[in-house]
Design a protein around this ligand. Structure first.
Ligand code: TRP
Length: 331
């Protein structure tokens, strides 16, 4: 059976972009593959969370994974820092990751541009740690959003380079995976990039947002003054609202508003109201489960322990073999 790995960086609450871009795939894949889903708390250290925030964020993501339907009986759910073998593999891979290729990564360049005062080595080698996450279980399928494609390409480079260096066909090539034909990109509400990308709460709708917060955020989403000619192309901020509608609303609702747009009869207030209600319907059951699971410390402890044990079984086997291949021998 093919092995699947994916994770989400624990920087706080999960939003609809995480859900539709990644978690929905996790939930489907857990029935068909040998799945490892983790909480990327080591990756979150690049932005220096306080120790109190670090744990709170990990807990939040764990709770929301479970609330969204990842089943610890089917998939292995674990916290990245509970598996030290990942950090060890990261060290080995770093020896064969070159400055030039790391500097060329688009996500690195974006981060440098956004935070020129915090260009640390962990940020530079983020794709190496991500490759270690995947390679530690010798995974071949990685359910991620479209923005992660370049990281997957780098993971293939590191896997192939290791194999070539040691002349052994050990690591398989991992590929981005999505159940639908295309990798999904869920836009935010600010008329710009993807959900969760820009800072500020208003761009993202969180799984834990109560209905009145969702309504307020959606009603404030950026729009223009409306179409002036039939069938004209939608400007990006309007296209984004339609993209969101495509994932949360029934197909008929989307078609209805699309027709109104194309015939210049659309009223954005109506569109937003409908979009907000459909988001509420989508998020409500998850939000209810978040509230329940959040209270259940003993369940959370049990899930995290069980996950760490299962993840380490697989990870320690890989590390044993990698050490052997590299040439570490005990006296
Ligand atoms: N980089 C991913 C993101 O930002 C998170 C991530 C870290 C990841 N390690 C991974 C995803 C390994 C898949 C596999 O979404």
């Amino acid at each position: 059976m093919e092995t699947v790995v994916s994770g989400i960086r624990s920087t706080g609450k999960l939003h609809l972009g995480n859900y539709y871009g990644a978690i929905q795939n996790f939930v489907k894949m857990q029935h068909e593959y040998n799945c490892y889903f983790f909480i990327a708390d080591l990756h979150s250290l690049t932005t220096h969370p306080t120790s109190a925030d670090l744990h709170g964020n990990v807990k939040q993501v764990l709770v929301e994974y479970l609330a969204a339907g990842i089943d610890p009986e089917k998939a292995t759910i674990y916290v990245q820092s509970d598996v030290p073998e990942i950090a060890e593999l990261y060290l080995y891979l770093n020896m064969n990751a070159y400055l030039g290729e790391l500097e060329r990564s688009t996500s690195f360049k974006d981060k440098v541009r956004a935070h020129p005062d915090n260009v640390n080595a962990g940020l530079l080698t983020y794709p190496v740690l991500m490759a270690a996450d995947i390679m530690i279980h010798k995974a071949t399928k990685v359910p991620v959003g479209k923005d992660q494609e370049q990281h997957l390409e780098m993971a293939r480079t590191f896997a192939n380079r290791f194999n070539r260096l040691y002349n052994k066909d050990y690591f398989p090539e991992p590929y981005a995976f999505n159940f639908s034909a295309n990798l999904v990109k869920i836009p935010g509400l600010d008329g710009k990039g993807k959900m969760g990308k820009s800072e500020g709460e208003a761009n993202a709708v969180y799984l834990s947002d109560p209905p009145e917060v969702i309504r307020k955020k959606v009603m404030r989403a950026v729009t223009d003054s409306g179409p002036t000619a039939e069938n004209q192309e939608k400007p990006v901020e309007i296209q984004n609202l339609f993209e969101l509608m495509k994932v949360v609303s029934p197909a008929g609702t989307y078609a209805h508003f699309d027709l109104l747009y194309n015939t210049c009869q659309i009223r954005y207030g109506d569109l937003k109201k409908q979009l907000a209600e459909d988001m509420i319907v989508a998020a409500a059951p998850i939000r209810e489960r978040i509230k329940e699971i959040d209270q259940d410390s003993s369940y959370l402890r049990q899930v995290a322990r069980h996950g760490a044990i299962k993840a380490r079984e697989s990870a320690s086997k890989t590390i044993r073999e990698v050490r052997e291949i590299i040439g570490f021998r005990s006296f």
